[in-house]
Ligand binder design. Structure first.
Ligand code: GDP
Ligand code: MG
Length: 293
């Protein structure tokens, strides 16, 4: 991947809300032509990428976090923990005017305290005007939202300004997806970026931009996503740094990347890391195009 462009922002935004609250409607509404819907294999245990919005100099990736409401079985509880774990950059918490659900919402919100959370009160076309302000006051009393926005996902009310608001709270990040090419395997790109990020953090200034990561293979076997990643460096001395003493650096990077990926994808992951020296890979056109650079 290219050197991170500090002016480009990207991030993952979880859309959370009980079934029927209007999440899919919102995504469809945001879609217009700006969003590319990513089709995923149906996999209920897994966080789904709902769609991507491309803005000027920014990219927002919306995640559905299934199973966050009313976990019944142990497995569901585990999924819920994963869903909470996956919430990284911002959360759109959706609710509607149903007062019976407020206590339930409060319990979920209790666990989102360390996140930037927008409250979207959906279906304002149906909510009685005098009910809205007291409702906002109640939600405000139990959670500190970044902002509370009454919307109608169905009618498209108060939706247009949302992407820009989200963009404002995102940090600089990579362009995970190109605007035109939509991959059916976004995991690969995301995984490569995450491994690369962990490597750069761990090796600090030692290996600035002379490494790149390729995810060679992803395969789901019995509920475990197996990924094989190759880290390309330019010299044997760089390889020694990346591998570390008795493999210590590689091991640490692998563990950190794996944990983050497990949270993001909501499933168990096996991550195999390999390091190869490829002199002058940055000059190798064929190699670069294979890497999508
Ligand atoms: P999800 O389960 O959270 O994805 O909810 P959906 O997007 O499938 O919406 C559930 C139902 O609520 C559908 O019948 C939608 O048409 C309806 N709905 C969604 N947004 C609105 C809205 O703003 N106003 C009204 N009146 N209905 C809405
Ligand atoms: Mg839905």
């Amino acid at each position: 991947m290219k050197k991170t462009d500090q002016s480009f922002k990207s991030g993952f935004v979880a859309i959370i809300g009980r079934p029927n609250v209007g999440k899919s409607t919102l995504i469809n509404q945001l879609t217009g032509r700006k969003i590319s819907i990513i089709s995923h294999k149906p996999q209920t245990t897994r966080n789904k990428i709902l769609g991507i919005i491309h803005l000027d100099n920014a990219q927002i990736i919306f995640l559905d976090t299934p199973g966050i409401f009313r976990p019944r079985r142990i497995l569901d509880k585990k999924m819920v923990r994963t869903a909470y774990g996956s919430i990284s950059d911002a959360v759109l918490f959706m609710t509607d005017g149903d007062r019976r659900e407020e206590e339930n919402d409060r319990q979920i919100l209790d666990r989102l305290k360390n996140n930037t959370v927008y409250l979207l009160i959906n279906k304002i076309d149906k909510i009685k005007k005098p009910d809205l302000l007291p409702m906002i006051a109640r939600y405000n009393s139990f959670f500190s939202f970044k902002e509370i926005i009454p919307i109608s996902a169905l009618k498209g009310e108060n939706i247009a300004a949302l992407p820009q608001k989200i963009k404002d709270v995102l940090s600089p990040g990579p362009r995970y997806f190109s605007e035109d090419t939509i991959t059916d395997q976004p995991e690969r790109f995301i995984a490569a970026e995450i491994v690369r990020e962990k490597l750069l953090i761990r090796t600090q200034q030692e290996i600035p931009h002379s490494l790149t990561v390729e995810i060679e293979k992803t395969e789901e076997v019995k509920g475990v996503l197996r990924m094989e990643a190759t880290i390309y460096v330019e010299s044997p001395s760089q390889k020694r740094i990346v591998v570390g003493k008795s493999g210590s650096v590689l091991k640490e990077v692998g563990t950190k990347a794996r944990k983050e990926l497990e949270e993001l994808f909501g499933m168990k992951i096996y991550l195999g890391l390999w390091v190869k020296v490829k002199k002058d890979w940055r000059q190798d056109e064929k190699f670069l195009s294979r890497m999508g650079l």
